[in-house]
Design a protein around this ligand. Structure first.
Ligand code: SF4
Length: 81
């Protein structure tokens, strides 16, 4: 599973860090960054669901979006630069 954070949406509320601190941490700007792979997929999904502004996006390995599931919240996977 692939994980991304939309930093334009993240408000640094940090439940993602509390739930899955091995995957999410806050950076100097107080926004979430990904620090590790989503090994515990259920836990990462819980973190995504806990984000109050739905800034966390989960994808299958083929980049098909898993979460959020709604079509109007589709966000293409962004390849790293
Ligand atoms: S829970 Fe959402 S808003 Fe809060 S730090 Fe994590 S990604 Fe950002």
């Amino acid at each position: 599973m692939l994980v991304q954070v939309d930093r334009n949406v993240c408000i640094g509320a940090a439940p993602c860090v509390a739930i899955a601190g091995d995957v999410f941490q806050l950076d100097d700007e107080g926004k979430a960054i990904i620090i590790g792979p989503a090994n515990d997929e259920e836990n990462v999904k819980l973190a995504a669901e806990a984000c109050p502004v739905r800034a966390i996006f989960l994808y299958e390995d083929d980049k098909k979006q898993i979460y959020p599931p709604e079509k109007d919240q589709a966000r293409p996977y962004e390849e790293a630069n």
